[in-house]
Design a protein around this ligand. Sequence first.
Ligand code: GSH
Length: 199
Amino acid sequence: MLLRHSPTSPFVRKVRVAAAILGIALELEPADTLDANDTLRQQNPLGKIPALLTGDGEVLFDSSVILAYLDHLAGDGRILPIEPTARIKVLRREALVDGMMDAAILILYEARFRPQEKHEARWLEHQAGKRLRALDALEAEVEPYSGTPNVGDIALACALGWFDFRFAGDWRADHPKLVAWFDAFSAAHPQFADSTPVA
Ligand SMILES: N[C@@H](CCC(=O)N[C@@H](CS)C(=O)NCC(=O)O)C(=O)O
C-alpha cells in the first residue's frame, strides 16, 4: 500500500503511527499539495494528505477513514473498539483532536498564504480559540495513558508532537496532564519517535 505523504503532516503521522503499531507495512510517496500537476488531486479530489492507495484501485482518505481501514486489516478491534459505547468515545476523542489540528493548520496557512499585512486577526483568534478550548477540554478529560493505543490516542499524540514542532511547545506550560500523557505514550511506543516531524 502506498501512502501519499509529507514528513511534517500530523494527519499523515496518524496513519504512519497506526500502521507501525499494527505491524502494517506502508510505502511512502511524497505529495506536493500545492502542485496542480501532482497526481494527488486525481487520487483525492480534495488535494489533501494523507491519501492511501490500497493496491486494489481504491484511494482512501481522510486519516480517520484510513485508520479504520488499517484496524480492519489488522483484524478489527485493535485500535478502534468494536463495542459501541467504547467505539463512540474513542471516535469522539479523535474528532476533537482532528478538529483541533484543523484549526491549528488554518492558523499556519494564514501565515503561509497571506502576507503579514493581510493577516485577518479576527479569523486567527477564532481558530486559536478552537485550539485552546480543545486543549483545555483534553486536559480536563484525559486519563493516565492505558498502554493500549486507540485512534483517539494516536491522534492526540500526533497533535501534541506537531504542536511541539510548529508552535514551539506552547501547549505544555498550562497542560501538565497532557504533558504526562504524552510522555507515557511516547515511552510505551518507541516507534512513535520514528515519524517525529523535522523541518
Ligand atoms: N481531515 C483530513 C485533514 C488532512 C489535512 O488537512 N491535510 C493537510 C496537510 S497536514 C493538507 O493536505 N493540506 C493541503 C490543503 O488543504 O490543500 C484528515 O484527517 O486527513
